[in-house]
Design a protein around this ligand. Structure first.
Ligand code: ZN
Length: 311
């Protein structure tokens, strides 16, 4: 059988590298991405088309997207803050673009310097651009509902605000919406409720992925809640780099290695090879010698006699 039950979407090269102090060399990034793909990871968010002055860590995104798009069977995802980024991403050969939309308008103004109305217009402009491309060169267009589970500036974010935003973003031309726990506030019951209400508004197949954080230790519990709601794409970051690690000792993002262990142990196929995954981690460790790496499985090891599912 060559099927994957759950798509593990690796966000380390984007969400991870943008949050660490060190800048990974372009050659190291390529080696890491090639190795991740070789380990069986089928979707990688490889960068972000933001101004180089804002995120020097991701200044080589165009070159990295062009490189990654040559890797067979790899879905190359990239973050885009606006139309300019979407054009650059499609020109470079990205398969998927993700525009972040903060449901908390305070957060949106503070981080993206954009109001909701401006972002809705941007979504329409991106849709028009994508529609002008031949279908084979048209990336899948996801809008990620960030701060969906709460905001560090506004506090609680209402579920109806998330649902209304999702509806409007689909109407403006997104192919799909995603739920993102930017702040690490999510709890399992909330994950289930929000998935259900957004799907009720936009349709089951228009919400297939979640981006959850482990800031408060609930990362994998929240993944489990999402799995119970038939979510099929889970974002995670190798060694848990990136995200928002407010608490000392806690990873920000969910650790890819720990996620794969949980999924495979539950009988869910990821298509990922652990031995090769650990080799990728070694590449990461060598390239970022000054950064802390997380993960229980890499530290404790796999249980004696443990085997992954047949793939
Ligand atoms: Zn994250």
């Amino acid at each position: 059988m060559n099927t994957t039950d759950i798509l593990v979407s690796e966000v380390g090269p984007r969400d991870g590298l943008q949050s660490v102090k060190s800048i990974m060399q372009t050659g190291d990034k390529k080696a890491w991405i090639r190795s991740l793909a070789g380990a069986g990871i089928k979707e990688i968010e490889v960068g972000s088309f933001v101004p180089k002055t804002l995120l020097p860590q991701l200044a080589d995104t165009q070159e990295i997207v062009e490189f990654a798009s040559q890797i067979e069977h790899l879905m190359v995802a990239v973050l885009v803050p606006n139309l300019y980024g979407a054009v650059a991403a499609s020109n470079a050969g990205a398969d998927k673009i993700t525009l972040p939309f903060s449901v908390s308008e305070t957060h949106s103004q503070a981080n993206l310097k954009r109001s909701h109305e401006q972002l809705f217009d941007e979504v329409s402009a991106i849709r028009s651009h994508l529609d002008s491309l031949p279908p084979s060169q048209r990336p899948h267009f996801e809008v990620s509902l960030s701060t969906a589970f709460g905001c560090t500036l506004e506090g609680a974010v209402s579920e109806s605000a998330v649902t209304r935003s999702a509806e409007r973003l689909m109407a403006q031309g997104a192919d799909e919406v995603g739920l993102s726990d930017t702040t690490g506030y999510a709890t399992p019951d909330q994950v289930k409720r929000l998935i259900q209400s957004v799907r009720r508004a936009v349709g089951h197949d228009k919400l297939t992925g979640v981006h959850l954080h482990n800031t408060r230790g609930l990362g994998l519990a929240n993944v489990l809640a999402a799995l119970e709601m038939d979510i099929t794409t889970i974002d995670s970051s190798m060694a848990g780099i990136g995200g928002c690690p407010f608490a000392p000792g806690a990873s920000g993002n969910i650790v890819t290695e720990d996620l794969v262990f949980m999924l495979e142990s539950m009988g869910l196929n990821t298509g990922i090879d652990f031995e090769k995954l650990f080799e990728s981690r070694a590449i990461l460790a060598a390239a970022l010698p000054n950064e802390e790496l997380f993960g229980f499985i890499p530290q404790a090891g796999l249980p004696l006699g443990w085997v992954a599912n047949e793939y």
